[in-house]
Design a protein around this ligand. Structure first.
Ligand SMILES: [Zn+2]
Length: 364
């Protein structure tokens, strides 16, 4: 998901173990809406607080679920950039997904397992304190606070373990199938199940709950993206960077006036300019960077005064499928090709897509 660094839509809550936790504005609005709804139905201050607390507890469970994915991935050496919380759930943005089936399986199942564990702890708590609530008689929408939370966690585990992409169960299924069928075929099967699942919840949603139509849409997109991605990666596997890179590239130095950078972006075919200091690439300028720096500092300011982005560097003989993964994890999605310390080219996802369109197998 492409995001600008400072956006009104995303609010940073804090960080856990070096992983930033961001909340989407719509989730905050949802909380406000719930508070207003409770208050207006005469629930009173106490009822409103309990209602809000339940939603916060649910999203805490979602957050712990995502942290589970992140920490297991870290054990295998994969970093997580951030965890995003939206009204439809959470997303842990792993810089790269483990492709070893056993590792992917472990990363996938830990999330739902955590929800089951939370439900287990609640169940023990209720029975140990001799709670009068029988769990069977309440649902996620009525009954005591803890009993509702119990059922919501069971529901989260069950929904996420549906064996269809992009749910955790789909990943688990893909990992298991990949042991026998290979990753591409396995993804196709899990992705097709994802689309079927999306259609089913979409129809159900049309009849009973419009919110489910939104979920169906997200599931459909996730399933389709994963299929396209695996096709693209297998077409790029083993192809060296030098085969697809843009060779004659324009660059700027930190001492150059910003106007030079603007002129190069207007006249050339590049959307990003590498900043080169004494032969070393030190950053990338986008059109947005140049425009905002010009607006703030004026045309006489130098490139050094403009904010620039961290660079992704690759070698000419790196494999393009690996580069694609790294580009997906980088917000700017541009890599500078460096050969013997010298910048010799640029790679962007569009160039990779073009390469596949010309040379690769067509993606279905
Ligand atoms: Zn999950």
């Amino acid at each position: 998901m492409a995001r600008t660094q400072r956006s009104w839509w995303w609010w940073r809550l804090g960080a856990v173990g070096g992983i930033a936790i961001r909340v989407h504005l719509t989730l905050i609005l949802l909380l406000a809406w719930i508070a207003v709804t409770y208050a207006s139905t005469g629930a009173g201050a106490r009822g409103t607080a309990v209602g809000l607390l339940l939603v916060v507890a649910v999203f805490t469970a979602v957050l712990v679920h995502e942290l589970g994915h992140a920490f297991v991935a870290r054990r295998f050496g994969y970093r997580t950039r951030d965890i995003m919380l939206l009204p439809i759930g959470g997303i842990a943005t792993l810089e790269q997904m483990p492709e070893k089936p056993t590792q992917e399986l472990a990363v996938a199942v830990v999330g739902p397992a955590i929800n089951l564990a939370i439900a287990g702890v609640i169940w023990i708590g209720i029975t140990a304190t001799g709670g009068q609530t029988s769990l069977g008689s309440v649902t996620s929408l009525s009954g005591s606070f803890l009993a509702q939370l119990f059922w919501i966690n069971i529901g989260l585990a069950a929904f996420n373990m549906v064996p269809a992409f992009p749910m955790d169960g789909g990943r688990a299924l893909r990992a298991l199938l990949a042991l026998k069928l290979g990753r591409e075929r396995a993804t196709e099967i899990a992705g097709t199940l994802g689309r079927v699942f999306a259609v089913l919840i979409g129809f159900y949603g049309l009849l009973y709950n419009p919110f489910l139509v939104l979920i169906a849409f997200v599931v459909w997109m996730g399933a389709s993206q994963e299929r396209a991605m695996v096709h693209l990666k297998s077409a790029l596997h083993g192809v060296p960077v030098s085969a697809a890179m843009l060779r004659r590239i324009e660059t700027v130095s930190p001492e150059q006036p910003l106007e030079d950078a603007a002129a190069l972006l207007v006249s050339g075919g590049q959307n990003e300019l590498p900043v080169i200091d004494h032969g070393q690439p030190i950053g990338v300028l986008t059109r947005g960077d140049v425009a905002s720096a010009l607006a703030h500092a004026g045309p006489d300011a130098t490139v050094a005064t403009a904010p620039h982005h961290e660079i992704v560097t690759v070698a000419p003989d790196d494999s393009l499928d690996v580069v694609l993964e790294r580009l997906r994890a980088s917000p700017e999605a541009v890599a500078i090709v460096v050969d013997h310390g010298q910048p010799v080219g640029l790679v962007t996802p569009e160039r990779l897509a073009n390469y596949v369109a010309l040379h690769g197998r067509p993606a279905s």
